[in-house]
Write a protein that binds this ligand. Structure first.
Ligand SMILES: *Cc1c(COP(=O)(O)O)cnc(C)c1O
Length: 228
């Protein structure tokens, strides 16, 4: 098994190559280390290596690690979020990636208002149109944004998707392409304030392809820490 430091080095090299292929600088790509199931010591090791953005997909695990870590990373909530749990994390995370309904957006807005803050969110899109997945359908994203735009205590910062697991990451290229088209179209239609800057897509198996297509946030767990 390779060390976290070796893995990170290789991932950074790959990010650099993919960013250059898409005509961008690697500094424009945010690497989020996904720490689900990973213990505090190894998370601290990753932070010490300079990865300051961490992702968790469960509220309870995020809260536990939030308490235990001495360092203060930028936490990203990347998994499905139940409305009744919003209040526990709204002031502890930098970005909620998984907003896929107006009901959830309303609750985040309400809890953010109660804490006198503005919560940054991404809209999760089920771009692969898998029946088992969370996320709004592409055609429903427009209406969601029209409704969310009026909420004063949230800012829509962009889009996120979880592509299917595939042996050959090339198979997901078309999904990432669809997401980029949607992202560009939505920014043209709605984003007068230029708030929508993040396109969160790409995981261990397919982040290079996602970046080549235009992702600027990738969420990587296994590639950094090894198998779960
Ligand atoms: C687990 C998870 C990841 C990271 O997956 P890896 O394949 O381990 O890189 C990224 N995004 C979400 C939403 C996840 O739940």
């Amino acid at each position: 098994m390779h060390s976290i430091s070796d893995n990170l080095k290789r991932i950074k090299e790959n990010i650099e190559i993919a960013a250059e292929r898409s005509g961008r600088s690697p500094s424009e790509i945010t690497l989020i280390g996904v720490t689900k199931t990973i213990g505090i010591d190894r998370i601290a090791e990753l932070l010490a290596l300079g990865v300051g953005d961490l992702g968790e997909n469960r509220v309870q695990e995020l809260l536990a690690k939030y308490e235990l870590l001495e360092e203060t990373p930028r936490w990203h909530m990347i998994g499905h979020l139940q409305t009744n749990k919003v209040k526990f994390i709204v002031d502890k995370v930098k970005l909620i990636h998984s907003v896929d309904s107006i009901r959830l957006a309303n609750e985040i807005d309400k809890q953010a208002k109660a804490k006198n803050m503005v919560s940054d969110i991404l809209i999760e899109v089920n771009a692969g149109e898998e029946v088992t997945k969370f996320g709004a359908r592409i055609n429903d994203v427009y209406e969601l944004i029209e409704k969310m735009m009026f909420l004063e205590n949230i800012t829509i910062k962009g889009l996120m998707t979880v592509a299917p697991y595939v042996e050959n990451p090339e198979k997901n290229r078309i999904i990432f392409e669809k997401m980029v088209d949607l992202f560009v179209d939505i920014r043209n239609r709605f984003d007068d304030n230029k708030d929508m800057v993040f396109l969160s897509m790409g995981m261990t198996n397919d982040y290079q392809v996602a970046i080549e297509q235009g992702a600027n946030m990738v969420r990587i767990g296994t590639g950094i820490f090894g198998g779960r």
